[in-house]
Design a protein around this ligand. Structure first.
Ligand code: NI
Length: 172
């Protein structure tokens, strides 16, 4: 397993719609392993392929409690098949927008269909934090960041901070 560098916003690769995975093969399983390793190392509760510059429809999450055993999940070609009318507001952050947190409102529950790492179709319902996480990660596969759900003013402020951070990182 390899820890891959995480792209920081703004980056054109974070604004693109990713391609479906046509074949869940050894390369995809290696990618999923690397993504999980990278996510746990960061640490974060979710990571989407475009965040490491791979433009494929795959993301990983682990929303288990810190004290609980790890519960890694890999979702390939995920699609929302149902969402609740009830909404939920949750503070979100993103490994590509480090140390910035804003409240985002989304459906409280969603059902998602996807392929697992064995290429088998699965469907599962997500609630609360897990629902927020899977919707946030699915957005990444469509070139959408959580800051696209907040006011333009806040988005501009955060983007300017990230531009400054990237300059500082480039200097080191
Ligand atoms: Ni994110």
């Amino acid at each position: 397993m390899t820890i891959r560098p995480i792209l920081i916003h703004p980056d054109p690769r974070l604004k693109k719609v990713c391609d479906p995975v046509s074949n869940v093969d050894a390369n995809i399983r290696k990618l999923a392993d690397d993504m999980l390793e990278t996510m746990y190392d960061a640490p974060g509760v979710g990571l989407a392929a475009p965040q490491i510059g791979v433009m494929s429809r795959i993301f990983v999450i682990d929303t288990s409690d810190k004290e609980a055993p790890a519960d890694p999940m890999v979702l390939i070609n995920p699609e929302i098949t149902w969402e609740s009318e009830e909404l939920n507001t949750h503070e979100e952050g993103c490994l590509s927008i480090p140390e910035m947190y804003e409240e985002v409102t989304r459906p409280k529950q969603v059902r998602m269909a996807y392929l697992d790492v064995d290429g088998k179709p699965q469907e599962r319902e997500f609630d609360a934090l897990a629902a927020t996480a899977v919707q946030h990660e699915l957005d990444h596969l469509n070139g959408i960041l959580f800051i696209d759900h907040i006011s333009r003013l806040k988005r501009t402020m955060i983007t300017n901070k990230m531009k400054k951070l990237k300059k500082e990182l480039a200097r080191d």
